[in-house]
Design a protein around this ligand. Structure first.
Ligand SMILES: [Zn+2]
Length: 430
């Protein structure tokens, strides 16, 4: 990791975990030509100070704030990575979440915010619209917010309610603490309060995959691959970077996530009509529709919010060349006899007894594995005539005994002729 000395404005490389304390900057890029790059710093202090680039004041001010709080080093993405080296860029992107998490303090520079009144912050401020700044908001132990003129107007904890309403991220993400810091943990055995987590990874894992995806749903990245790259840390996964692969990077991210997680909420995205009408759908790369095409498919409001509390871990989702395989409760759908429903191991937030389900079309069956294609149902608001499945305990479709194992079996989801996953109101008796 290359760090900038806050006084000398020189770069030093530190290998491994042995490195000094450092501040870290979170900002949005201007025109890349305007930013201070590695070469500008390497040209020496006097040339750097005379370079006249519009990005210079930002770098100097960030270094000054760090220096004033006693920090000798700062990490700034514009000048601390050699972007001409793809190996270095790949290492940096795979390490970046950890670099933010290991910082002493992160300065969030909201360059288009002129006020110091947090009530005036909004999602029209560019910093809240970008993909990379999501992990920069969540990973550091401390985030201090600065306006356009580098006046501090609060930190992540003091701004938690404003940040939560702008980003849709639950405030506990901003104020979690270690059990040793908890005033409510009365004894060693006490687990403390809802804000207690043993570490950052455990805190993040208390949110379902679908919830974490929804945090990124409205954010944008300049390069399509970065929509996936900027989420590696939030899911504790790594992957090689392939700029040029486009949205396939987001497919690979989801494949990496299912390798590590049994959380079936990754399947609870919603396909909008414009997704289906896209060129990709017409050209037919159906694997894309077994997983979401982008984080925006998890946009809040497209499907009922899922609960993160005590969500039931499912069994692993296996990636096959022909599709995916998972173990779920399968029930016939009596209102539409051609269909089956697969109840996923997660619950709706509004009603813990209500679970999302996939709607399936059976294509073959053996004694142990049933194979289905996933069906597409037009969302209700786009088509009033659309099929809406209401499967509840009262109808007798999914009963308690179906969840005791009788119906539970391996299910193979094959490449769909028409893609689709649709959340249905599926109530069942536990
Ligand atoms: Zn606590």
């Amino acid at each position: 990791m290359r760090l900038l000395h806050t006084e000398k404005l020189e770069l030093t490389s530190f290998l491994g975990e042995e490195r000094p304390k450092y501040a870290i900057l979170s900002h949005t890029w201007g025109d890349p030509e305007d930013e201070i790059l590695l070469g500008d710093v390497q040209s020496g202090r006097s040339r750097l100070l005379a370079c006249g680039k519009p990005g210079l004041p930002k770098l100097l001010k960030a270094a000054e704030v760090a220096r004033d709080s006693g920090l000798e080093y700062i990490w700034i993405d514009t000048c601390c990575i050699d972007k001409s080296s793809s190996a270095e860029l790949s290492e940096a992107i795979n390490s970046m979440f950890a670099w933010y998490a290991s910082s002493t303090v992160c300065y969030a520079y909201i360059s288009d915010f002129e006020s110091t009144d947090p009530d005036l912050l909004s999602n029209s401020n560019r910093w809240f619209t970008r993909g990379w700044t999501l992990q920069e908001l969540i990973a550091p132990p401390v985030v201090e917010f600065y306006n356009k003129d580098w006046v501090s107007f609060g930190n992540r904890e003091s701004l938690r309610s404003e940040l939560s309403s702008i980003t849709g991220i639950e405030a506990l993400v901003f104020v979690w603490h270690l059990p040793s810091q908890c005033s409510l943990a009365l004894s060693e055995e006490e687990s403390g309060c809802d804000l207690c987590h043993v570490d950052l990874a455990e805190m993040l894992d208390s949110f379902s995959v679908a919830t974490r995806m929804s945090w990124a749903a409205r954010r944008r990245t300049t390069r399509p691959e970065d929509a996936a790259h900027s989420l590696l840390g939030l899911f504790h996964v790594n992957m090689p970077l392939l700029y040029g692969e486009g949205q396939n990077a987001f497919q690979r991210l989801q494949h990496e996530i299912i390798r590590k997680s049994t959380d079936q909420s990754i399947l609870t995205f919603t396909v909008k009509r414009d997704h289906l009408m896209s060129a990709r759908f017409r050209l037919g790369n159906p694997l894309h529709f077994l997983f979401a095409g982008s984080p925006s498919w998890f946009e809040p409001g497209l499907q009922p919010p899922l609960t993160d509390k005590n969500f039931r871990p499912g069994t692993p989702i296996l990636l096959l060349s022909s599709g995916i395989q998972l173990e779920v409760h399968i029930a016939p759908c009596t209102s539409h006899p051609h269909f089956s429903i697969a109840v996923l191991s997660c619950s709706s937030k509004a009603d813990a007894l209500s679970s999302p389900a996939l709607i399936l079309w059976e294509v073959s069956r053996s004694t142990t594995i049933r194979s289905f294609k996933r069906m597409w149902i037009v969302p209700r608001e786009e088509c009033p005539e659309a099929l809406v499945f209401h499967v509840n305990a009262g109808t007798g479709i999914v009963r308690g005994q179906s969840l005791s194992g009788e119906w539970k079996m391996q299910v193979k989801l094959l490449l769909p002729p028409h893609p689709g996953l649709w959340l249905v109101d599926c109530k069942h008796v536990r």
